[in-house]
Design a protein around this ligand. Structure first.
Ligand code: SF4
Length: 394
């Protein structure tokens, strides 16, 4: 029997990593968890959403809700703001829409889901579980504003779905498990449905053996952007380094010039190589600065810094006394950023008040992989060809 510490590491949130790269669990041993302000903000947004959903689904009276909401705002004044209120309203609206669309639905919040039948010690908390006659749905709020996360074949939410299915299977006769991820700050909702037999096949044939390997520290390393991004060992892992250094030994077809195929290969690896270099730099700085590690040939020095004024009032008075005018020495006041204004006024309110004055300019062209969801822009050459074609025809 493995230690409880190892069991706790086979979490749903880390499933993409340990399913893809089972030995990462052993590699992560000894690294501590780091909390971030973003994680804390997310926890606050989850609590607020839960409170709102309790009220909206009749689990809490209006009086108690009002009292708790007032207490919540006071307790979480560091993170609570008008924008969080709007974003959690949007999330709650999605949950209620899904809830009311089902027949004979029952909704549970913050449900402990246990998938230990497939993953040793595997459990987690699902934000929302909705059960109905033939379908069970789990819904996950992601409050970050990084990148959209798809629910499709997403192991984290599939493990929640599996755990929820296992918990309610005795009472219901489900045919389908539906999983939804809501990211209100990105305006993104992603839903994935899978039949119960397909989910169980995934759990039995893929999850169970890989969880076993992960627990025993066995299996092949699998460095990739998906697996390494959140791995605590990402700055020391040899397999990741080997993978990223492969390009150095690359045998190009043409000895003198890169072909479009060579460039495609290099571009495909660029992001992960950039991430890897950054991870190595950040981690070595931290080890040398905070733990006294010596890296041969490297030393710690003071970085560049910008001069700054310590007392702006004193400087203003002195320059004023020298005859400089306010226009000369003061910057004109400027409006805060849209993000700050949304926090202050609320997303909906701000849009209602000044929506016509907010535009999203066209972004500069970027090169992305073909599978990216954004529509392809025509290149300058093909745009010119189109234009010439119009002239010829016209
Ligand atoms: S850094 Fe990547 S390859 Fe190395 S253990 Fe972690 S996930 Fe696996």
């Amino acid at each position: 029997m493995a230690s409880p510490e190892i069991h706790a590491k086979l979490s749903a949130s880390g499933a993409k990593r340990w399913l893809g790269c089972p030995p990462s669990v052993r590699m992560e041993e000894g690294f501590s968890d780091k909390s971030s302000v973003y994680a804390e903000e997310g926890t606050v947004a989850h609590s607020l959403s839960e409170l709102k959903l309790k009220y909206e689904t009749g689990k809490m009276t209006k009086t108690i809700y009002n009292k708790r909401f007032a207490r919540f705002k006071e307790k979480h004044s560091d993170y609570y703001n008008a924008a969080m209120d709007d974003y959690t309203d949007e999330y709650v609206a999605v949950v209620l829409e899904h809830y009311h669309a089902l027949e004979n639905p029952v909704i549970e919040l913050e449900v402990k889901v246990d998938f230990s039948e497939w993953v040793p010690g595997g459990f987690g908390t699902s934000d929302v579980v909705i059960t109905s006659d033939k379908l069970i749905e789990v819904i996950d709020l992601k409050y970050g504003k990084g990148i959209p996360v798809s629910a499709e074949n997403n192991p984290q939410i599939m493990l929640y779905g599996l755990g929820a299915y296992a918990a309610y299977d005795m009472i219901y006769d489900f045919e389908t498990v539906r999983m939804t991820i809501v990211q209100p700050r990105l305006g993104d909702i992603s839903t994935f449905e899978i039949s119960v037999p397909d989910l169980l096949q995934w759990a039995n044939d893929y999850v169970r053996p890989r969880a076993q390997m992960a627990e025993e520290g066995k299996g092949e390393f699998f460095p990739s952007e998906d697996t390494c991004q959140w791995c605590k060992a990402k700055a020391i892992c040899k397999a990741r380094a080997d993978k990223n250094l492969e390009i150095v030994q690359y045998e190009f077809a043409d000895p003198n010039e890169l072909t479009p195929e060579d460039i495609a290969d290099i571009l495909g690896r660029a992001k992960e190589i950039e991430n890897w270099l950054k991870d190595i730099k950040d981690s070595s700085l931290e080890k040398v600065r905070d733990h006294g590690l010596h890296i041969p040939g490297w030393k710690l020095v003071e970085g560049r810094s910008n001069r700054k004024i310590t007392d702006t009032d004193a400087v203003t008075l002195l320059l004023d006394a020298e005859g400089y005018t306010e226009e000369q020495i003061m910057k004109p006041e400027s409006l805060r950023s849209l993000t700050d204004l949304e926090k202050l006024v609320g997303k909906k309110n701000l849009s209602a008040l000044v929506g016509p004055y907010i535009v999203k300019p066209e972004g500069a062209p970027v090169l992305v992989v073909e599978t990216d969801k954004r529509p392809e822009l025509s290149s300058l050459d093909s745009a010119n060809e189109d234009f010439e074609g119009v002239n010829e025809d016209g």
